[in-house]
Each structure stands twice: as structure tokens, then as C-alpha cells.
Design a protein around this ligand. Structure first.
Ligand SMILES: [Zn+2]
Ligand SMILES: [Zn+2]
Length: 238
């Protein structure tokens, strides 16, 4: 996550008394052999996959410690979950998940969030599937990185017959980090979305018409065949 332009430049501070809680977005990933799960950063960290506990690495220079005041390196997070949720609406971050993290080590505090050295992922929130329903699993999707496949949060209907990774299976491959749905998705006081009454029936009927028409055409052709065969036999027996 790059530093939003509204964030003023801060100064690296010494280790705080304890970890600080923050929120961010990331793309969920699974290793090529499906044994490990992790996360891909959405901006500066796009070329790297990190696990549930990770130390920031500067890709510009190995000679300074992260985060340096003179560099953009380090992990980034927001102070507020709502800010991370807002960023997830940006089209380029579609299919990302929300992470709650604990930041430790050296850090720089900004108005909206932190830039810091060490990160522990505390939980993963699955937001919405591309169709708008709450995502309940993770399916293969999008371009990956060498050794890693990208996963998309999906609902059961859109996953269809595709194999999916359940939240429990992701958790088992990601150091036991709990994975649950985002409470904002089914906040009944806030949501105004509901399925149209009978919408599902209309879709089914519309899909059935061409199928039935094709079946009738086949039966008609078969009847014509039987009719002409009968006529041939009748003529022969005359
Ligand atoms: Zn750096
Ligand atoms: Zn869906």
C-alpha cells in the first residue's frame, strides 16, 4: 500500500510499548503446491508475498532499516477499518481482502495510519463476491506471481462447480490466522440491497425456453423419420 498523498512525512520512532492495531487490504495468495497461504501487497509490495508474520524489506536499498524517513519502504496500514474498506472499493483493488494487523518494531505515525517494520496478521475479513453477495470462500483467479496463485473471494453461487478454498483451509495454511466475513456486508441497518422478488424464477424460465425449443425440434425430426419409414414399409407391403 503506497503512502496516500495526504499523509505528511513523519519520523521513524523507536519501538513503542506494544504492538499497534491497524487495518489494510491485500490480495490472498496460495503457493503453487497449495500448501501455504499468504498475502500480496496492493501497491509497493506487489512483487512480494508475505506470511502471517513478516519483517519489511526495502527493495530500493538494503543499507537502511525499514521504515526509513528518506524512503517509502515498510508496511503500511490505516488506523481505521473504515478507511481500508473505502480503499477496497477502488477498481484496481477488487478481489482484495481486509486484514487486521498488529504493527511492531520501528514505526512512523501519520494522520491516517502507520508505516512500520514488523507485521502480524491477526485476522482476515472476506468482503463481497463480484456479484455483491457476501463472499464465503476463495477461488483461483487473476494473475499470480512466480510460485504463487492469486485467490478471489467468491460466494457459493458464483463459485459454481469450481473448487474453492474454505476459510478454514486458508487459515490452516496461513499460520492459524482466523478468516471470517466482513460484518459490513450484512449490516442490515446499512444495506439497501435485496434480491428482486421472483428474479430467480424469471432467469430460470428464460433459460428453459431455448432448451425446450431445441428438444421439440429434435422430437419433430425423429417423428418425420418414423413417418417416412412407415410409408416406405406400407408401400412395400401393398
Ligand atoms: Zn527503504
Ligand atoms: Zn457471487
Amino acid at each position: 500500500m503506497s503512502r496516500p498523498s495526504s499523509w505528511p512525512i513523519g519520523r521513524a520512532r523507536p519501538r513503542p510499548g506494544g504492538p499497534l492495531t491497524g487495518y489494510k487490504i491485500a490480495f490472498p495468495m496460495i503457493s503453487a503446491d497449495s500448501r501455504r497461504a499468504g498475502f500480496n501487497g496492493v501497491a509497493l509490495g506487489r512483487s512480494q508475498v508475505y506470511g502471517p508474520v513478516a519483517d519489511a524489506v526495502c527493495i530500493q536499498s538494503p543499507r537502511h532499516r525499514c521504515p526509513s524517513s528518506w524512503c517509502d519502504c515498510g508496511f503500511y496500514c490505516f488506523h481505521a477499518l473504515a478507511d481500508a474498506r473505502d480503499l477496497a472499493c477502488d477498481p484496481q483493488y477488487q478481489h482484495s481482502v481486509l486484514l487486521e494487523i498488529a504493527a511492531s518494531g520501528r514505526y512512523i505515525r501519520y494522520e491516517l495510519g502507520l508505516r512500520y517494520a514488523r507485521q502480524t496478521v491477526r485476522s482476515v475479513r472476506l468482503g463481497r463476491c463480484g456479484c455483491g453477495r457476501a463472499a464465503t470462500a476463495l477461488a483461483d483467479g487473476g494473475p499470480g506471481l512466480t510460485g504463487w496463485r492469486r485467490l478471489h473471494p467468491v460466494c457459493g453461487l458464483c463459485a459454481g462447480p469450481r473448487p474453492v478454498l474454505t476459510p478454514e483451509a486458508f487459515r490452516a495454511r496461513c499460520g492459524g490466522v482466523p478468516v471470517h466475513h466482513d460484518e459490513a456486508v450484512d449490516d442490515s441497518a446499512a444495506t439497501a440491497f435485496a434480491p428482486l422478488p421472483g428474479a430467480g424464477d424469471d432467469v430460470d424460465d428464460a433459460a428453459l425456453v431455448p432448451l425446450l425449443a431445441a428438444e421439440v425440434a429434435l422430437l419433430q425430426a425423429r417423428l418425420d423419420q418414423v413417418q417416412s419409414r412407415l410409408e416406405q414399409l406400407t408401400r412395400r407391403s401393398d
